[in-house]
Design a protein around this ligand. Structure first.
Ligand code: NAD
Length: 461
């Protein structure tokens, strides 16, 4: 069945989609927007069935960013798709050069479970904007949302243009055998490597949106109440199951106690400790992974500062703060991907940067500081996919910025025009005049005059 869908998409792309007009693409994007608007309640219900994510979080983190992404594409697509003239160097005088944005072709989107609607439909918007056909493989861990996306696509599109193929690793593995023109994968670095290896077989281009251990640095000048408000929101949204959530905090020792108090105060304001109505851990495997990590950290000397309430029957883990850990603790070395926030203290910023730079490049890095000097020092001496200063997490929703990682946290960028480029081949088109051209002056045979000319222009190099 997978092969049939792939072949029908290939044929349809070649015969129709390749030359689809901007208006066709806009119509498709608007139809997705209308479908979402008409089915908001249903989207909330299906995501709730998967991991009890509440309506407000669904509206803010699954639906609104997609509507914004569609609106941005609709307003900008005619600019992005327009061939762009580039300058003509002296040697090419008489010719014209342009960049054309050609749709790559038949593409594959593989999505994770943590933002099950957003991370399927977001890349789809970019693919449609660029004029590609798509096979979407949602995560098997959020089956209700996957069914809904399948229904949505069959109501809006023919399978020869957009298809949804559901299933686990075995289905993904089958899909990855096919010679797609582009693969857009969101998930863990471990699986990202598998995807890249499979893509190499066909020299398929890839966008890899991967995970990361996002450092959060709070220096001696930071406003702690402001920092705590933003960190608690960004970390515990979606119960910490967010690729750009702060993974750990490094706080200057002079601010450590006050920060801990402010974080506790903020958790109590934003999330009641025993409020079990909040988003759950997605399944018992992940719940077990997180509670084991917590137990291991505490038995190795970490201090449970706050939270730690759990209920295995409903995969609930409350917002949890851990202190007294070191860079050797296993919780420091892992992507936590849950509602546990470890806090480390520092006295020397250079040492913090050295520690961060010894590990893989993160997807996000957060700086809380009022010192321009410290902000610039951290910015200039670290590498990360995204950096936010005095903020967390919302950089994802700023669709004028590229979103993605670097090396271990990702390859390629999503959102807005950057997402459009991922699904486009930037084709170079050079139009030369017929007859005499300046370049013909250096064609063989190399007469004495031509030899002199070549030496002259080479000398100028
Ligand atoms: P995952 O890598 O386990 O799975 C992602 C997708 O890949 C799923 O659809 C799954 O079916 C498929 N898959 C799993 N194993 C596979 C294999 N061996 N071969 C082929 N396909 C396979 O990730 P997850 O657990 O669903 O999501 C969590 C990870 O995703 C975290 O690391 C998180 O940081 C990352 N993430 C990154 C972003 C981003 O934008 N950078 C966003 C969300 C999540």
């Amino acid at each position: 069945m997978i092969n049939e869908i792939f072949n029908s998409q290939k044929k349809h792309f070649q015969n129709e989609l390749k030359t689809s007009s901007i208006n066709d693409r806009l119509k498709k994007l608007r139809s997705i927007k209308n479908w979402i608007k008409n089915n908001k309640k249903l989207i909330c219900e299906e995501i709730y069935k998967d991991f009890e994510k509440g309506e407000e979080e669904v509206l803010l983190s699954e639906i609104k960013p997609i509507i914004d992404e569609i609106n941005h594409n609709v307003s900008q697509l005619s600019v992005w798709t327009k061939p762009k003239r580039v300058d003509t160097p002296l040697a090419f005088i008489g010719s014209k050069s342009e960049i054309h944005y050609e749709p790559k072709g038949v593409t594959l989107i593989i999505a994770p479970w943590n933002y099950p609607f957003n991370l399927c439909i977001g890349p789809l918007v970019s693919a449609i904007g660029a004029g590609c056909s798509v096979i979407i493989k949602p995560s098997e861990h959020t089956p209700n949302t996957a069914n809904l996306i399948s229904r949505m696509m069959s109501e809006l599109f023919k399978e020869e243009e957009i298809a949804v193929v559901q299933g686990d690793v075995s289905v993904s593995t089958e899909l990855l055998k096919l010679p797609f023109n582009h693969i857009f994968f969101t998930g863990s670095p471990q699986v990202g490597k598998i995807v890249m290896k499979a893509a190499a077989e066909h020299l398929t281009s890839v966008t890899l949106e991967l995970g990361g251990r996002n450092p959060t640095i709070i220096d001696e000048t930071a406003n702690l109440k402001d920092a705590a408000q933003k960190i608690v929101w960004g970390k515990f949204l979606n119960s910490g199951q967010t690729c750009i959530a702060p993974n750990y905090i490094y706080v200057h020792e002079s601010q450590a106690q006050k920060l801990k108090d402010s974080l506790i105060e903020q958790i109590e304001i934003q999330y009641s400790k025993l409020d079990t109505t909040r988003t759950k851990i997605v399944n018992s495997n992940h719940f077990g992974r997180l509670t084991d990590l917590l137990d291991k950290t505490i038995s190795a000397g970490g201090k449970l500062l706050y939270g730690g309430e759990k209920d295995g029957k409903i995969n609930f883990l409350s917002p949890t703060l851990i202190s007294d850990i070191t860079i050797d603790s296993s919780i420091f070395k892992e992507e936590i991907f849950g509602p546990i926030l470890p806090i480390l203290t520092y006295s020397n910023l250079e040492e913090v940067i050295e520690t961060i730079n010894k590990t893989e490049k993160p997807l996000a890095l957060y700086i809380f500081s009022k010192s321009r000097k410290n902000q610039n020092y951290i910015l200039n001496n670290t590498s990360s996919g995204t950096t936010a200063i005095n903020e967390t997490t919302v950089q994802f929703a700023q669709n004028h910025l590229p979103f993605g990682g670097v090396n271990n946290s990702g390859i390629g960028k999503a959102h807005g025009e950057f997402g459009f480029y991922e699904f486009s081949n930037l084709k170079s088109v050079l139009k030369q005049r017929v007859g005499f051209t300046s370049l013909k002056m250096i064609y063989p045979p190399y007469t004495n005059f031509k030899k002199k000319l070549i030496r002259f222009i080479s000398f100028r190099l």
